[in-house]
Design a protein around this ligand. Structure first.
Ligand code: FAD
Length: 500
């Protein structure tokens, strides 16, 4: 409520925010979370909370009148659809040369993501977070994150015969035939539930083309795990549909935080100001970076370091699809939850980890789709635009050439061995590479550069960053387990030292 005096305010309810809220509450603190997106708990007129990918409606996208699908062409023609403008669950945020997909709602990215819960190989950890002790991460914080997230593994015997994973088995077979290593990938989706979906004993979600616009069943998103545990302490409140716009030192102690309450059309219905003694930025890599560069440039937090807004990367994301031979059908029923990756990170000529992605068209397409994570060293910078009052990101599409080159080191040999070709009709007309969007934004307020080694914004005691913006651009695999584990590490130190 307007004028509230709060001990702790958390901005955003994704991975970083959820970890901070739970651990602070367990340490006895009262915590208020504010979240820009909706509380996804009420069913629509179809009886479901979320729509699926085959028949998207307003619930799919954040304030768009047409869908903006990652794979947005088929046979070279756009197959985006008209939808009503609504504060939907997936945001495709456009910067000049990149679209960045993000979740919106209580649970952040966990509402829309593929649930792939990957702990990076320890040998690569030094390249991910060089100032963090790997031993404590692998002994304590990664296990703690995996437990809190309720990570589980697919039953490998079931996998071998499940029709909904034929696409993954074809992806594995064609990769192994060219000498590549494939690996099963853990997930937060409940695989026992998925078995029931396939057996037709439970309503279908992953097997009903649900994932990037939300899962109605089966997925242990943060609202079912960390945030539910946080609420159960009785010390946490979560207020949806509130967008934080400014943070500045208060007249006495603490910080004055201003926010707009919005309706489902995105219109401001009220503006509120609260005072918080401690504020955690957990608005995600893009959201936190935008807030911080704006506060610095507009004189609200002028002493933030000049590195704020720098060090942004896309986790090397590029997407591509191959067309398989007629004897390698990928299946008309595909689980939207990926369970397998091609691990070519040891290739020093161009490391890549490629997730074998579903392509849930509802029909046989013979296509294999992949999301590659690569070691792209290019880094973008967010900057405040005084003309528009918005924030720009200077990322260049051409910088993805590095990612494409790394992905080709996997898929050119596979195509050569299989006598197959890349699809050219899915990312545009005659366009092979999905190189103009990212699922894995990372960085913008890098640990031990813009903050201390635990996420403190040192020029402003009581301000902290605790989300993907701390990670300098690449995690070698899908990022949310690392974001969660780093948040677990940092909040433990912050509670021990700053909440005495
Ligand atoms: P987020 O989870 O993005 O949370 C930030 C929250 O802050 C959001 O809820 C946002 O609405 C809110 N917010 C933003 N600005 C404000 C503001 N001004 N005021 C109030 N609230 C605000 N990662 C994996 O590891 N495995 C996967 O399989 C995977 N698949 C993905 C698939 C898709 C389609 C997408 C989009 C992402 C995927 N990711 C995956 C990435 C993963 O979801 C993100 O890395 C992760 O969610 C980032 O966590 P975070 O805590 O930094 O921020």
């Amino acid at each position: 409520t307007d004028g509230a005096q709060l001990p702790v305010l958390v901005i955003g309810s994704g991975y970083g925010g959820a970890v901070a809220a739970l651990r602070l509450a367990q340490a006895g603190q009262n915590v208020a979370i504010v979240e820009k997106g909706m509380s996804w708990t009420t069913a629509g007129s179809d009886g479901k909370i979320f729509c699926n990918m085959l028949s998207p409606d307003g619930r799919s996208y954040w304030l768009r009148t047409t869908t903006d699908q990652p794979v947005s062409y088929f046979m070279g023609a756009s197959y985006n659809k008209s939808i009503s403008s609504y504060t939907g669950v997936l945001d495709s945020e456009h910067f000049s040369q990149i679209r960045i997909y993000q979740g919106r709602g209580i649970g952040g990215g966990s509402l829309v993501n593929g649930g792939m819960a990957v702990t990076p190989k320890q040998q690569y950890f030094g390249s991910i977070l060089p100032s963090v002790d790997p031993a404590e991460m692998y002994n304590t914080y990664y296990p703690r994150a995996n437990a809190g997230l309720r990570v589980n593994n697919v039953d490998q015997t079931w996998f071998e015969s499940a029709s909904c994973y034929q696409f993954a088995r074809v992806g594995r077979k064609t990769a192994q035939a060219s000498g590549f290593t494939t690996t099963f990938v853990p997930n937060v989706y409940d695989f026992n539930y998925m078995k029931q979906e396939l057996a037709n004993t439970a309503p279908r979600s992953a097997l009903n083309a649900e994932v990037i616009y939300g899962n109605n069943y089966g997925k242990n998103s943060l609202d079912k795990t960390y945030l539910a545990d946080a609420m159960a302490t009785g010390k946490v409140t979560i207020t949806p549909q509130h967008v934080v716009t400014s943070v500045a030192p208060a007249a006495g102690t603490g910080y004055t935080v201003t926010m707009n309450q919005i309706d489902t059309s995105g219109n401001t219905v009220a503006t509120k100001t609260v005072t918080a003694q401690k504020v955690f930025f957990a608005a995600g890599s893009v959201g936190t970076s935008k807030l911080l560069v704006t506060q610095k440039a507009t004189g609200k937090l002028p002493n933030l370091p000049s590195t704020v807004g720098t060090g942004w990367g896309n986790n090397g994301n590029v997407m591509v699809a191959r067309q398989n031979q007629a004897w390698d059908a990928t299946g008309s029923l595909q689980s939207c939850i990926p369970v397998m990756g091609i691990d070519n990170w040891a290739d020093t000529g161009g490391p890549a980890f490629a997730e074998i992605s579903p392509f849930p068209a509802g029909i046989e397409t013979f296509a294999s789709l992949y999301l590659a994570i690569t070691q792209n060293p290019n880094r973008g910078t967010f900057s405040y635009n005084s003309g528009t009052g918005g924030v720009d990101l200077n990322w260049q599409q051409a910088w993805n050439g590095v990612g494409i080159a790394a992905a080709k080191r996997i898929f050119d040999p596979i195509n050569a061995k299989q006598a197959t070709v890349y699809r050219t009709d899915l990312f545009g007309s005659n366009k092979v590479w999905g190189d103009d969007f990212a699922y894995h934004p990372l960085g913008g307020c890098v640990l031990n550069q813009s903050t201390d080694n635990y996420g403190r914004l040192q020029s402003y005691p009581g301000l902290y960053v605790i989300d993907g913006s701390l990670i300098p651009g690449c995690t070698t695999v899908n990022p949310f387990v690392t974001i969660t584990a780093l948040a677990e590490r940092n909040i433990e130190n912050i509670i021990a030292n700053d909440f005495k």
